[in-house]
Design a binder for this molecule. Structure first.
Ligand SMILES: [Cu+2]
Length: 413
């Protein structure tokens, strides 16, 4: 199960605290913002968040709780820079998120079988690094009852209104700036409907709270503003880590990157519940001699990709019919092996273990790609080492995240 909080394994990961930080309906809002049941309002929930100052992504929904009436509409708007997400509603997601909510921080790090069994009823985003996206997770899928297939596509059909009774109601993998519009049936019973991301699982979740008609909810603008306030708090939690990352330093006191010319790939707030991560290389520029090496230490879902073209600089490919799939060229290793299937072990919560898991030599020509590293997170950080045999200036990107770039200058160029 993918943890959303890449550095949080160092501290306590309190899923419960995520829920506790959520906006209560109408909490602290101006009375003028309150309205009686309208039944036809549209509320916006941002999926992920954008920090204009630092390239970041947030495994969270803003706001994470939206209070509405039956008959209203909730628009989930993906605003991120490439971190993959979905919104899965329905009774299966509701049961899984509710079960994880009850776990202690220690249990959340090692969930009991009962919680894992509920999680397993929802498809994984992929069934392994070599496989593509699971159709029922990566593309919109709406089931009135039963569990979605882990392999076969969902039955085709128009998106129904959400009535609170469907078993599975998934947006699919969001495309850039995509909106997923959920009309709530006028017959939706009052209650809390949990939703989650099929990539980041129960650690990225939220609630549509349908209140009885006659009960007031805060206006769409006021609820949206509360979500953005939470985002600002989460952004503030990453400021210290972003400063350190720019200098090539991890966010943990006393820990430095091993090897010559190391580059840290992504960072986050250690020991906190901040759902944000920084999607930048640190440093963004290194100079090495001909025959020298660079080691990238990856934290989070990233790639190191050289000489990419526009067609291959994104792990998501969209077919003409709108179906999404993983772009194999952007996601898989090219020019040598990438991440091994099993994550390294040995690090403890307090002591980060760095281990180079892929080591290659490159002459600087042609497309070259580490492929996605998906298992690298504290306390076990995986390294990708590349030895450069020819002088030159080599620009690289991450194919998961937009705007994530760096440069290696080899020799005196
Ligand atoms: Cu990245």
């Amino acid at each position: 199960m993918r943890r959303s909080l890449v550095w949080a394994a160092l501290g306590t990961v309190a899923v419960v605290a995520l829920a506790a930080s959520a906006l209560g309906s109408g909490a602290g809002l101006n009375a003028r913002a309150l309205r009686v049941a309208a039944g036809s309002q549209t509320f916006t929930v941002n999926v992920d968040g954008v920090n204009k100052k630092v390239n970041e992504s947030f495994d969270a929904y803003f706001p994470s709780v939206v209070s509405v009436h039956a008959g209203d509409t909730v628009v989930f708007h993906y605003v991120g820079v490439g971190e993959p997400h979905t919104v899965a509603l329905g009774s299966l997601a509701n049961a899984a998120v509710s079960a994880f909510d009850k776990l202690s921080p220690a249990q959340a790090n090692n969930p009991p079988k009962s919680a894992l069994a509920l999680d397993a009823k929802l498809p994984q985003f992929t069934n392994g690094p070599a496989s593509g996206v699971v159709p029922a997770a990566g593309n919109p899928c709406f089931l009135a009852s039963g569990t979605p297939s882990s392999k076969a596509p969902c039955p085709a059909g128009a998106q129904p209104a959400f009535d609170g009774k469907q078993s599975y109601y998934d947006s699919g993998w969001f495309k850039a700036n995509e909106k997923f519009t959920v009309h709530l049936s006028s017959s939706t019973p009052a209650g809390s409907y949990r939703f989650m991301c099929l990539v980041h699982r129960e650690f990225m979740q939220g609630t549509i709270k349908v209140v009885p008609s006659g009960t007031m909810v805060a206006s769409p603008a006021a609820q949206y503003a509360s979500g953005q306030k939470q985002l600002a708090t989460d952004e503030a939690g990453l400021v210290a880590a972003a400063k350190l990352l720019a200098q090539g330093k991890p966010p943990i006191p006393g820990v430095s990157l091993p090897g010559s010319h190391p580059i840290l790939v992504g960072s986050g707030a250690p020991g906190s519940n901040d759902p944000g991560q920084i999607d930048q290389f640190g440093p963004t520029l290194v100079h090495i001699p001909v025959g020298g090496s660079v080691t990238w230490w990856l934290a989070g879902l990233h790639t190191i990709t050289f000489n990419s073209t526009k067609a291959d600089n994104d792990i998501q490919s969209v077919a003409k019919n709108g179906d999404v799939q993983i772009n194999g060229k952007a996601a898989a290793p090219v020019g040598g092996p990438g991440e091994p299937p099993k994550p390294p072990t040995g690090g403890t919560q307090a002591h980060i273990k760095f281990k180079i898991v892929a080591s290659q030599t490159w002459n600087g020509t042609g497309f070259h790609n580490s492929g996605i590293f998906g298992n690298s997170q504290p306390p076990n950080i995986e390294g990708y080492k590349l030895t450069f045999t020819h002088a030159g200036t080599y620009k690289f990107i991450c194919t998961v995240h937009d705007n994530m770039k760096g440069t290696v200058v080899v020799g005196n160029s």
